[in-house]
Design a protein around this ligand. Structure first.
Ligand SMILES: NC(=O)c1ccc[n+]([C@@H]2O[C@H](COP(=O)([O-])OP(=O)(O)OC[C@H]3O[C@@H](n4cnc5c(N)ncnc54)[C@H](OP(=O)(O)O)[C@@H]3O)[C@@H](O)[C@H]2O)c1
Length: 250
């Protein structure tokens, strides 16, 4: 039987690499996309990989042809975090953040939805709980993700009647490698447990959530699989995974 095709954008490390690897393990023919060279990713070596910088305007000129016919599933996971150490962001940096986090997914997915297609296509856009709260340090990221959320809603309207669904996987704080390593370092320095440091970190950094543990990648994959499995009824859906926070205080 012909394998179903999936495209995972922002798949070179962390959550995206996990989603792409797990989809491949479950029998999907996966194409992963990231900015770094293929040899530097956390992906299985035999996975198809497109190296592309989504912050460059010219990328959208060649990428659609490279992707070809619409896959059966598309996951937009790519994200650009503003450089916190660089001080006041330049207009160019702000544009790059908004391009990768909101404008490129909108433009790319819009074209994909409007193209003629005889197979159903599930689009899942990964978003963040940060859309509900902006702080001094995270305002630009939150704003770009809020823009993505609104644009994803309009894409769902476009998908209606077009043999496709567009849904949102909205996530709280993830157990990404950098965060986990940082928390382990602090635990070692303070002579306490990683669990305790994580709990304190989450209390301070995510005051709108009631959460003791970071969210594991596998729970995100299980949510993704469920959303794709729903088919057309997932159109417009938002699946919020906030780590047992019970909706937090929002
Ligand atoms: N981490 C969290 O706690 C958290 C919480 C809530 C929601 N989320 C959401 O979950 C998703 C994954 O987050 P993450 O922390 O796992 O991200 P990450 O580790 O920073 O990975 C981001 C991915 O996007 C790719 N990417 C970034 N800029 C790109 C560009 N210009 N062109 C092409 N690819 C580019 C990266 O490729 P390269 O590395 O090769 O550049 C990488 O594969 C994001 O949508 C994020 O908003 C994360």
């Amino acid at each position: 039987m012909e394998k179903k095709r999936a495209l995972v954008l922002g798949a070179s490390q962390n959550l995206g690499a996990h989603l792409a690897g797990r989809m491949a393990a479950e029998g999907w023919a996966v194409t992963a996309l990231g900015r770094r060279p293929a040899g530097e990713t956390d992906l299985p070596a035999d996975l198809d990989y497109i190296q592309a910088d989504l912050s460059l305007p010219e990328t959208l000129e060649w990428l659609p042809e490279k992707i070809g016919d619409a896959p059966d599933a598309v996951v937009y996971n790519a994200v650009r975090y503003p450089d916190q150490k660089a001080g006041t962001p330049s207009l160019q940096e702000l544009e790059s953040v908004f391009r990768v986090n909101a404008l490129v997914p909108y433009r790319l997915l819009l074209d994909l939805l409007l193209a003629p297609r005889d197979r159903f296509c599930s689009v899942v856009v990964v978003n963040s709980d940060a859309i509900y709260h902006a702080r001094e340090q995270s305002g630009v990221y939150s704003a770009s993700k809020a823009a993505l959320r609104v644009l994803t809603g309009t894409l769902a309207s476009t998908a209606r009647g077009r043999n496709a669904s567009v849904s949102t996987l909205l996530l709280g704080p993830l157990a990404d490698r950098e965060k986990v390593r940082g928390l382990q370092r602090v635990a070692e320095q303070r002579g306490t447990t990683e669990e305790e440091v994580t709990r304190l970190f989450l209390r301070r950094s995510n005051t709108n959530l009631v959460i003791d543990e970071l969210i594991d990648f596998e729970s995100c994959f299980q949510s993704l699989r469920y959303m794709i499995g729903l088919g057309p009824v997932a159109n417009g859906m938002m699946c919020r995974l906030d780590g047992g926070s019970a909706g937090g205080l929002v």
